[in-house]
Ligand binder design. Structure first.
Ligand SMILES: [Zn+2]
Ligand SMILES: [Zn+2]
Length: 279
């Protein structure tokens, strides 16, 4: 049985409920660890899902819950932090308030045209933006996406990499690229090399699967197998936006992965990493 989740949204960003309701659900499901990961604000606050002026409230609410429920569950403070290539942001990756960092890429920046493309919103908007911002060149978009991930993990070494291949989110619906082509697989292999160097944990994110957007998790099964071969640590996250998501998407996970290949506790892993960095 799974007993942890480190990718959790709440009313502080785009989640549905107060964080306390998620904690109560996690305790009911006998979770041992629960990490909150609100979307970190950007310097351009207009685009932020969680505005900069409520971050302090977020930290203090998670701390309150940590204390209130400490005999039932270990709660961790995290943020889901975006890296946008070439764009300065707050230094959330080094924030002393955080127990862990979850680095994700939701936006790809086309340097030539100076525009962003959001890869995680609506398929209709996405396909239009590939035409407008990438001149229809899917390979260039995908290269820039994975390049941004590589840049993030090598520069900031987040504890966890969020939904590694979310660029495929609309592929089931739109068939906009072939996931079996050599150039795509080469992008993935190069990215796994960077992840291996950084010591970042790859998250197996079940959200696309239980929402019916994708046939496999993020990342796809063959990438999970590669992570096992390369001894890249992995954890399962449900990317919860509602307390009920804590129990979704786990049914077939044991067919995909041997639990022993997963890190049992993020906290143990982070503590170990910090010790190694000090050496
Ligand atoms: Zn995300
Ligand atoms: Zn998320």
């Amino acid at each position: 049985m799974l007993s942890s989740n480190y990718h959790t949204h709440s009313k502080f960003c785009d989640g549905c409920t107060e964080p306390e309701l998620v904690v109560i659900k996690a305790i009911e499901l006998e979770y041992k660890e629960l990490g909150f990961s609100s979307h970190a604000p950007y310097k351009n606050d207009e685009c932020s899902i969680m505005k900069i002026d409520i971050v302090e409230n977020y930290f203090s609410e998670i701390n309150r819950l940590k204390n209130k429920y400490k005999s039932d569950i270990q709660i961790l403070t995290g943020l889901e932090i975006d890296h946008i290539s070439g764009h300065e942001n707050y230094d959330w990756f080094n924030s002393p308030e955080l127990d862990y960092t979850l680095g994700s890429v939701h936006f790809v920046y086309n340097k030539t045209l100076g525009h962003f493309i959001s890869i995680d919103e609506k398929p209709e908007k996405f396909i239009k933006e590939i035409e407008n911002i990438y001149d229809g060149n899917v390979q260039n978009l995908i290269h820039d996406y994975y390049h941004t991930i590589r840049e993030m993990v090598l520069k900031y070494a987040p504890d966890i990499l969020g939904h590694m291949d979310i660029i495929k989110k609309f592929n089931q619906k739109l068939h906009f690229f072939d996931e079996d082509t050599t150039w795509y697989k080469d992008e993935i292999i190069e990215t796994l090399d960077a992840i291996k160097t950084s010591g970042t944990i790859v998250e197996i994110n079940t959200r696309g699967y239980y929402r019916g957007w994708t046939r496999e998790f993020y990342p796809s099964n063959w990438i999970i197998e590669k992570c096992v071969d390369l001894k890249i640590p992995m954890i399962i996250n449900v990317d919860a936006h509602h307390p009920n998501h804590l129990k979704e998407g786990f049914d077939c996970i044991s067919k995909v992965i041997d639990y022993d290949a997963l890190k049992p506790s993020l906290l143990e892993y982070i503590t170990q990493r910090k010790k190694e960095k000090k050496r």
